[in-house]
Ligand binder design. Structure first.
Ligand code: ZN
Length: 218
């Protein structure tokens, strides 16, 4: 039977790292809604064109369309063994929609992992990220610093911080995430599907913990 899982976490909580370890270990697909949206639009399919109408005008994509996109993807051959959903659902109506989609595919939801992380840790992690203005090479001022301060090793370009990684932006995004996600956490808690994963400095700890959970085991 397939193993369908959800991952929730504030920006900077380490979702990407956990997903990169978890999906190969369970042989499931990592479905990031943002990436999927770009892929479907790029495919030029009827659904892609419809989605593009909203995205290109900056309008909010209706849940019904997002649901159709997720349903198509989950039903695909390479998702039969299961998926890790990242970026969907974001709201209770979306969570209810997902229940319907999975019921239609006769696939029960295995678990919902919530990567909890405190704001100070997120800030420590993200404010140190910079990248080269010229070639885009990423650096981390603590873990992967450039040889000369503020200058790219490869091309000599100037290292800059993304707007998203500025402390004030991080604080805002974190607050928005917590506010929006709290109802979803309660929703899955009530269904006994929520597993809280404490963020750790060692990503392997989080992965080991997740792999031991009942909803994940073979
Ligand atoms: Zn460079």
């Amino acid at each position: 039977m397939g193993k369908d899982l959800i991952i929730l976490g504030a920006p900077g909580a380490g979702k990407g790292t956990l997903a990169a370890g978890l999906c190969p270990a369970l042989q499931i697909k990592h479905i990031s809604t943002g990436d999927l949206l770009r892929e479907v639009i790029a495919s030029g399919s009827a659904l892609g064109q419809e989605l593009n109408g909203y995205v290109s005008s900056g309008a909010l994509v209706p849940d019904e369309l997002i649901g159709r996109m997720i349903k198509d993807r989950l039903g695909a051959e390479d998702c039969k063994a299961g998926v890790l959903l990242d970026g969907f659902p974001r709201t209770i109506p979306q969570a209810e929609m997902l229940e319907e989609i999975l019921a239609g595919l006769q696939r029960p939801l295995g678990a919902v992992f919530y990567l909890s992380v405190d704001l100070e840790r997120v800030i420590r992690r993200l404010v140190s990220r910079v990248s080269c203005q010229q070639c885009g090479r990423p650096y981390h001022l603590v873990n992967l610093p450039p040889k000369a301060s503020g200058v790219c090793d490869d091309c000599g370009g100037q290292l800059i911080q993304r707007e998203d990684d500025k402390e004030e932006t991080i604080r805002k995004r974190y607050a928005t995430f917590m506010e929006k996600t709290r109802p979803l956490i309660a929703f899955y808690q009530a269904k006994k599907l929520l597993v809280e994963v404490a963020a750790s400095d060692n990503p392997q700890d989080a992965l080991n913990f997740v792999l031991q959970q009942p909803g994940v085991q073979q």
